[in-house]
Design a protein around this ligand. Structure first.
Ligand code: NIG
Ligand code: FE
Length: 403
């Protein structure tokens, strides 16, 4: 059914902007007092009420009261929100200055979330995930990548991925699942890192493929997780099986971004430790650089060099990394606003990083801009100037479900 919705004080379609490199706000196309014409949840066009109503007199008209700025829904291309339990104890230990090793010895870290998630049944896990998804949706995030990685055995990874699939039927948000069985070698696996990764390739991924549970695979490359050479071998095989690949790269030490580029990963995420060499490598590749300010905030660590990445010509997306350990807050807009202030990112660069550039990280075409044929995936902020959105640092909450 055709619907005509408006007026919006400003509409930012985010079309005609480059996929890579810096963007000045003056490049933003802004439509004043525009209306949106949709048909069966797809955008037909944006224009004035007079013209659209004249050309489509049968369209159902919905009037939006008050001043609003319309944007595409945000895309969070990196989350770990399929988990059970809390890691508040880890956080308190970090506040007391305890090291990663101290926390791990005290029973904290990723393995603690694995234990708590394994002890939770699929239905409960689905409900916990749906609650987090609904919170994200209310904050304007309409497309959400969700990783497994707190199962770390064939049965438990499948449980997580099935919970993500089940949750996707219970929400209006679009969920994009990723298999992160290579989060760390599980403590109860009898074998070395390479043997565990072979186990993932031969025992888990064929079932993931057969049940269509995910078409993306992630690995954590770090001294505490998997070495770069072992990971490259894994990623080449995973790619051969037909999966898109993405990497947790350069979080505490470098090495992951070079593997990402060499293996042709769709994205390299984290990058807090990336230096000029890694920045140049990413900028000259087709791999999207995904920065995760929520992890820097949660760990009390420096941000990834977002400004330098853009200046070098990278495609920069911003994601929340929402997880129970390093990024428990999960407020994407707040995190992006704070990152922008620290790194001097323009509003246009932040909006690009939360929309069409994030879509590129997930290889989603037709998402992240308001254009003919794209889904009617909008959010409207209660203000009359788009600059209010980052200025309010996440405190302005959008209207969603407009159509
Ligand atoms: O992206 N870096 C590795 N994995 C997560 C943390 C997960 C956890 O601590 O539970 C991250 O920050
Ligand atoms: Fe992560």
């Amino acid at each position: 059914m055709k619907k005509l919705t408006g007026p919006f004080t400003q509409i930012l379609p985010l079309t005609g902007l480059p996929l890579k490199g810096p963007i000045k706000d003056e490049k933003l196309q802004i439509i004043q007092n525009g209306w949106v014409l949709t048909n069966n949840d797809r955008i037909i066009t944006i224009g004035t009420f007079e013209r659209l109503h004249k050309d489509h007199p049968s369209a159902q008209v919905t009037k939006i009261e008050g001043k609003h700025v319309l944007l595409p829904g945000f895309i969070d291309s990196h989350t770990h929100i399929c988990f059970a339990g809390s890691r508040a104890k880890d956080y308190a230990m970090r506040l007391e200055g305890k090291s990663y090793l101290d926390i791990s010895k005290a029973g904290g870290g990723i393995w603690d979330s694995v234990t708590q998630t394994r002890a939770t049944d699929e239905e409960t896990l689905t409900e916990l995930l749906v609650q987090r998804v609904e919170r994200h949706l209310a904050e304007g995030v309409t497309t959400i990548e969700v990783k497994s990685g707190y199962g770390l055995s064939v049965a438990e990874e499948l449980k997580q991925l099935r919970a993500i699939k089940a949750a996707s039927y219970k929400t209006k948000a679009t969920l994009v699942p990723t298999c992160l069985a290579a989060h760390m070698k599980p403590k109860d696996f009898d074998g070395d890192d390479a043997e565990y990764l072979e186990h993932v390739i031969y025992e888990l991924l064929p079932i993931v493929k057969k049940e269509n549970l995910a078409n993306r695979v992630d690995i954590f490359i770090e001294q505490s997780a998997f070495r770069a050479d072992t990971a490259l071998n894994f990623l080449n095989k995973v790619k051969h099986l037909g999966f898109d690949i993405t990497v947790h790269a350069d979080q505490f030490s470098t090495g992951g971004s070079a593997v990402s580029v060499e293996a042709g990963a769709v994205s390299a995420d984290h990058l807090e430790a990336s230096k000029d060499k890694e920045i140049k490598l990413l900028a000259n590749s087709n791999t999207v650089a995904v920065v995760l300010p929520g992890a820097s905030i949660g760990l009390g660590m420096p941000y990834a060099p977002a400004r330098k990445l853009l200046n070098a010509g990278a495609c920069l997306a911003i994601a929340s990394d929402w997880n129970p350990g390093s990024a428990p807050m999960g407020d994407l807009l707040m995190q992006a606003s704070v990152l922008a202030a620290a790194e001097k990112l323009s509003t246009a660069e932040v909006f690009a990083g939360l929309t069409f550039r994030a879509a590129q990280a997930l290889r989603l075409t037709n998402r992240g801009t308001l254009t003919t044929g794209a889904p009617a995936d909008f959010q409207a902020y209660p203000c009359s100037d788009y600059r209010e959105i980052l200025y309010q640092q996440g405190k302005l909450r959008p209207l969603i479900n407009l159509i």
